[in-house]
Write a protein that binds this ligand. Structure first.
Ligand code: GTP
Ligand code: MG
Length: 482
């Protein structure tokens, strides 16, 4: 396992990569290069071309001209120009950062060329680097090298991807916990507890007579405790997944109750057309926003009613579709006209199991003495708001996230991704089978079969026990340049 701070560990230059974990082969080899930053026309002030491998420095020296007495030292920034050695043409003004092995992300020699952003200069610099002998990096190949060279475990590498793709503050915080090794430490600790039990059991299989008797109840208790922790991690992973992927929330209600106004209020911009004509919204309108750190796709829908207008009818059909596809529903009604049979009928349209929040809107139109909940015409609102004045926005946000199971995620320390979650669930199931063997008082070696399977699956999470094919699949999901 990579020890924290192992970057600084002394190692002779050019000693080559550390051996990877058992059973894992090397990737293509050679020196790889890619653009490490997002590339877009006319955008981004800086773009980075990154090289890693034995030829990185030589290629850098070939293409980069640093004026004056600047020294080519590791971890020092050089100023200069990228120059085409064939034509002498200056392609860009740039900075060059050299990080010699093993003090780099990949533990190989790394050179970064910090060029100007945009498309053209960076594209030409990359082509020059490739012409000078580097090979185009495959997706995730830098991270794969870092992993194979023992710089980081698999969970840390995957957490970097989670950070890059995080859409909200809470998802980013969880990604950071993974980068810090939160997942690796939790899983490794559980795996070691299982290995301790496995060692005890296997010793008894071979040398029962020579050893003190094994306390079967203590083994069972320990396996059950690890299993419970794994199941908790699996449950939390679902929360984490929703935090990173975001929720799809549909706003539904009768015409004119203020759905589009609510979309505008929550997205803090004038996204949807609002008029006092019932039947204004005809099509689904989506808005991506972040509510209390959680990414949300809010869907405004056409007000649902019986109508002869064919266009409006099509819109209403789509409203029904949005209801079916939602992770959560805001059912809006107009407090000033009260809760009606039509609103009740709409509530019954919300599929079972979909979190629903009944929202009373236009609170600003209520008389002060009408504003308490449950009093007659005010209706069954879970929360009362005014999309016009903004009153009740915070309460609605809090309650919506609560209903969707994301109310209190401050206790969430780490979140496994889908791959890690499936393995943790598999390990928990294997432990259940092992406990079953214990319950039936089968001989020790029956306990160990599933216990060994559980240990292997946890090892696959951190990358200690993982096949090359699995690794290739994991890193192929990374972006190029990472
Ligand atoms: N007083 C008051 N008026 C509101 C409030 N919210 C919306 N309105 C008004 O109600 C009318 C309808 O608002 P919309 O947001 O277009 O309603 P909608 O539910 O999207 O309507 P459809 O698209 O036709 O289904 C507009 O005149 C809004 O200004 C509110 O909180 N208070
Ligand atoms: Mg509308």
């Amino acid at each position: 396992m990579p020890a924290e701070g192992s970057q600084a560990e002394p190692q002779p230059r050019g000693a080559g990569p550390h051996p990877g974990p058992a059973g894992v082969g090397e990737t293509g080899g050679g020196t790889i290069a890619a653009v490490a930053t997002a590339v877009a026309a006319g955008a981004g002030s800086v773009a980075i071309v990154r090289l890693s491998g034995p030829e990185a420095e030589a290629i850098g020296r070939q293409l980069f001209v640093a004026p004056g007495q600047q020294l080519w030292e590791s971890h020092r920034v050089l100023y200069g120009h990228v120059v085409d050695p064939a034509s002498g043409e200056r392609l860009d003004e740039a900075l060059l950062l050299l990080m010699r092995a093993p003090r780099s992300f990949t533990r190989e020699d790394v050179v970064e060329l910090h060029c100007h952003g945009g498309l053209e200069a960076v594209r030409r610099v990359l082509e020059l680097v490739l012409a000078a002998g580097a090979r185009r990096a495959a997706p995730g190949e830098f991270s794969q090298r870092a992993f194979l060279n023992g710089r980081l475990d698999l969970t840390r590498a995957e957490a970097v991807v989670a950070m890059i793709t995080a859409r909200g503050r809470r998802a980013a915080q969880l990604a950071m916990a993974g980068i810090d090794g939160g997942i690796q430490r939790r899983i490794t600790a559980l795996r070691e507890r299982l290995l301790d039990q496995l060692a005890e059991l296997e010793a008894r299989v071979d040398f029962e007579e020579d050893l003190p008797p094994l306390d079967g109840a203590a083994v069972v208790a320990e396996l059950a405790a690890v299993r419970a922790e794994l199941e908790a991690l699996v449950a939390e992973a679902h929360q984490g997944e929703r935090l990173s992927e975001g929720l799809r929330v549909a706003i539904v209600g009768r015409p004119n109750v203020g759905k589009s106004s609510l979309l505008n209020l929550l997205s803090r911009r004038d996204r949807a057309i609002v008029t006092d004509w019932p039947g204004t919204t005809r099509d689904l309108l989506e808005s991506d926003l972040v509510l209390d750190g959680v990414p949300l796709t809010l869907v405004d829908t056409a007000g649902i009613r019986v109508t002869e207008d064919p266009l409006e009818r099509l819109g209403i059909e789509r409203s029904h579709g949005a209801l079916a596809a939602a992770d959560g529903v805001l059912l809006l009604y107009d407090l000033s006209s009260g809760w009606s049979g039509d609103d009740e009928a709409l509530r019954r349209l919300v599929p079972d199991g979909v979190p629903l929040l009944v929202v009373g809107n236009k609170a600003d139109l209520l008389e002060p003495d009408q504003s308490s909940l449950g009093a007659g015409p005010v209706g069954p609102a879970d929360v009362v708001i005014s999309a016009r004045s903004g009153e009740g926005r915070e309460a609605l946000a809090t309650l919506l996230l609560q209903r969707c199971g994301l109310g209190d995620v401050t206790g969430l320390q780490v979140a496994l991704n889908a791959r890690q979650r499936d393995l943790a669930a598999g390990a928990a199931a294997a432990l259940a089978a092992s406990l079953e063997a214990a319950q039936q008082q089968l001989p020790w070696d029956f306990w160990t079969i599933d216990l060994r399977a559980a240990v292997r699956q946890l090892g696959e999470i951190t990358g200690e026990e993982v096949s090359e094919a699995v690794l290739d699949r994991v890193f192929a999901r990374f972006c190029i340049g990472k």
